[in-house]
Design a binder for this molecule. Structure first.
Ligand code: BG6
Length: 486
């Protein structure tokens, strides 16, 4: 019989990104980031993710001259910048071992191109890390989570230009130097694969400027991110042998809707495509079939002579990923579709969905863990998983049994994967506290164990209220998962 607890030293915690929580978008020297121009989508049609994540030069210019936060919820976040002590103490109360957070590039380098970093930005993160140290919570730091300097987007078309690699390396090097005593775990790019789904948010690419070579620009920018990721991995390893660097993927597992060979082939291709990004960062080379497919499509990536060696010699130490939902695939163009995490997939008749249409599939997490571990054989971390829902405060309480159920079923499947031999070293929920959603900039799409009293327009006291799931997660961590099986 298997032991009903997670492995000793399992890293339980939560995760968020600076641009979705911090607020304080224009103080202490922070520059504008691509997140600061993302607008709130009140009546967003979930199916229309490509529209709500696409940005024109005109929209960006308008937003960059707007000095109010009214239409730009990520400028407000949940005000973590001013509440960080209170929030961290709530996480400590839940027993967090780790907290995954990002360092906003624009707090250290407002436009990305400065020679010297902004001291006030460094100080803010040092204060946060010191507080975490007191509370015994280890940081897992994402270096790039949808928040690159807007200046680099406006002046270089983001990562399409190779110069951005140097600017990023400078930023990351400062992080490794300044935060060395606090941080051991680093992630380079959040969901590096998302560049295809939202090139502006992920890589600062203003697509209309690609003029017919959109795909080529996206692959070129992706290549630059791969190179940057390898270069900073090298630097981190040289600076401190304790540093552990991970890549980070959106795990978008796809099932065939039927067992027709046409559905199977389509599904296989989708899943191979989803693995491509980890192949490069874990194995250190582009898969041959991806190279062939790029060639067949006439896409030429410019590479320097040493690029392949840089990728090969600087692979990651662990693989992390987000997992929210799964989808199906079908060769029938009329198959019913449903939205997921910035994707539109075929609806799976066996699964329920969240209010945002994302299909809830705990078993898919187990399947993903097994598949990824078998393929890569390095430690895994689930660094995002959770359910966006509309929560209500009634008589001062937030009852969220649906969230507890969601997490419970996912944890049980994680445990089964571990029992079958998967080396899963940690789990950080998305998100431990309500924040501004990445896709729609809604505050009302709530993920937290802690409720934040703020609405989509930014009205509210910003007070923190523990939801029922708060005590439940606390018990999961305290018993190291034993309570899941009671
Ligand atoms: C992940 C992102 O893909 O999905 C997060 O890394 C994001 O930044 C999360 O918040 C959930 O998506 P959304 O759109 O509901 O916030």
């Amino acid at each position: 019989m298997s032991i009903k607890t997670f492995p000793d030293n399992f890293l339980w915690g939560g995760a968020f990104a600076g641009n979705q929580v911090e607020g304080a978008w224009n103080i202490d020297g922070k520059g504008l980031s691509v997140a600061d121009v993302a607008t709130y989508k009140p009546n967003v049609d979930n199916k229309d993710y490509s529209t709500h994540l696409s940005f024109s030069r005109k929209m960006i210019e308008k937003a960059s001259h707007d000095i109010s936060d009214k239409d730009y919820p990520k400028r407000r976040g949940n005000d973590f910048y001013h509440h960080y002590k209170e929030d961290l103490s709530l996480f400590a109360e839940m027993g967090f071992k780790v907290l995954r957070l990002s360092v906003a590039w624009t707090r250290l380098f407002p436009n990305g191109i400065e020679e010297k970093p902004n001291e006030k930005g460094i100080q803010f993160y040092k204060n946060v890390f010191k507080e975490m140290q007191k509370l015994n919570i280890k940081p897992i730091v994402t270096l790039s989570h949808y928040e690159m300097p807007l200046y680099l987007s406006q002046n270089y078309n983001g990562w399409v230009d190779r110069k951005v690699v140097d600017y990023f390396v400078r930023f990351a090097t400062v992080c490794f130097e300044e935060f060395d005593e606090y941080v051991d775990y680093w992630l380079t790019f959040n969901e590096i694969d998302s560049i295809h789904r939202h090139p502006f948010t992920t890589a600062g690419i203003i697509l209309e400027e690609s003029e017919g070579k959109e795909e080529e620009d996206i692959y070129q920018a992706l290549h630059h991110q791969f190179i940057a990721s390898s270069l900073v991995t090298k630097i981190a390893h040289e600076k401190n042998s304790e540093n552990k660097i991970g890549c980070m993927l959106t795990k978008l597992i796809t099932y065939p809707l039927t067992c027709s060979p046409a559905d199977i082939e389509l599904t296989l291709k989708k899943n191979l495509e989803n693995n491509f990004y980890a192949d490069v960062q874990v194995k250190g080379e582009y898969p041959t079939m991806i190279e062939k497919s790029l060639k067949n499509r006439g896409i030429m990536i410019k590479m320097n002579s040493e690029d392949r060696q840089i990728l090969k010699e600087n692979t990651v130490d662990f693989l992390s990923f987000s997992y929210y939902m799964s989808m199906a695939e079908s060769s029938n163009p009329d198959a019913e579709r449903t939205p997921g995490n910035t994707v539109l997939g075929v609806k799976n008749p066996y699964l329920e969905s969240t209010e945002w249409g994302w299909q809830i599939d705990p078993k898919g997490l187990k399947i993903s863990l097994i598949e990824l571990y078998d393929r890569y054989q390095i430690p895994l971390m689930v660094v995002e998983n959770g359910m966006g829902a509309v929560d209500k405060v009634v008589n001062g309480r937030v009852r969220d049994p649906y969230r507890i159920e969601y997490f419970k079923q996912h944890f049980i499947e994680m445990k089964k994967a571990i029992d079958e031999g998967v080396e899963l070293i940690g789990y950080t929920s998305w998100a431990p506290i309500d924040l501004v959603s990445a896709g729609t900039s809604q505050m009302s799409k709530r993920y937290g164990f802690v409720y934040v009293d703020a609405d989509d327009e930014g009205r509210g006291s910003y007070d923190r209220i523990k939801k029922d799931s708060f005590d439940w997660y606390k018990e999961v961590i305290k018993t190291n998962g034993r309570n899941l099986f009671n």
